[in-house]
Design a protein around this ligand. Structure first.
Ligand SMILES: CC(C)(COP(=O)(O)OP(=O)(O)OC[C@H]1O[C@@H](n2cnc3c(N)ncnc32)[C@H](O)[C@@H]1OP(=O)(O)O)[C@@H](O)C(=O)NCCC(=O)NCCS
Length: 154
């Protein structure tokens, strides 16, 4: 795998992050939603890789924490760089952090049809704990959300 660097997301990253989000999601968060998240204390991380002699952001993840529980709110990798280990590296980084900071659990929610993401989460030990019917807007109608959690950070 290519060398990746992960660092904290800053407000200056948000235009690039919003573009990656728009390229990845059917119903993407807007710049304003990312900014609101920043103001609400969400923590963002970006994954960077050298590409054509410059370092570029190729993915990001956003988490929120309440007491000793974390929720992964978003994770996204530029389409051209998917399936190269970046999503796994970002999530492993977040789990490592959760462990270091003595978190008890991490939660996330994912569209029922999002098999790539579900495969990634399950491969890292997340287990499905609930289904939320019609939780997400879909291209046609609505789609269920699947809630996952992980309690043991290895
Ligand atoms: C989900 C996502 C972040 C994964 O990032 P990625 O960098 O492509 O993932 P990785 O290369 O690290 O792959 C890790 C694992 O994810 C799963 N995976 C990734 N892409 C997959 C695909 N197209 N089909 C099936 N499984 C896939 C596999 O289990 C893979 O492990 P493997 O490489 O050992 O087979 C990426 O597909 C993405 O940005 N999707 C659009 C945004 C999104 O759906 N985010 C999640 C919202 S909850």
């Amino acid at each position: 795998m290519h060398k990746l660097r992960i660092r904290k997301m800053t407000r200056a990253d948000l235009p690039v992050v919003t573009k990656i989000e728009a390229d990845c999601q059917s119903h993407p968060w807007t710049l304003l939603q990312f900014l609101d998240g920043f103001n609400a204390g969400h923590q963002g991380w970006v994954a960077l890789r050298n590409y054509e002699e410059r370092e570029m952001i190729i993915g990001f993840a956003i988490v929120t924490s309440v007491m000793d529980e974390r929720t992964l709110l978003n994770i996204c990798v530029r389409p051209a760089f998917q399936k190269q280990g970046t999503g796994r590296a970002l999530l492993e980084f977040l789990l490592q952090q959760a462990k270091l900071e003595n978190s008890a659990k991490m939660y996330l929610e994912v569209r029922a049809s999002n098999n790539p993401a579900k495969d990634l989460y399950e491969s890292l030990g997340f287990e499905k704990i609930a289904e939320r019917r019609d939780y997400y807007p879909a291209i046609i109608g609505r789609e269920d959300g699947h809630v996952y959690s992980l309690s043991h950070f290895s």
